[in-house]
Design a protein around this ligand. Sequence first.
Ligand SMILES: [Zn+2]
Length: 69
Amino acid sequence: MAKEVQTQAGRCSTHGTVKATREVPQTGFPFVVYGPWRAVAQRRPFLCPECGAAVQPDGPAAAWAGGDF
Ligand SMILES: [Zn+2]
């Protein structure tokens, strides 16, 4: 299963500003399966590389990260 690692500058309550990461499945055939799955993964929080805690996204992504599509 191909995975894509997305990175995002975020704020960990323990470690401060970190380069947070999350894995999302890469889109592939059949798209009807991967599309929604990927969409769900995209909504997961980014995780601190140090402790694995969810971090608050920083920057432009923060504007929509907390809202509904
Ligand atoms: Zn941390």
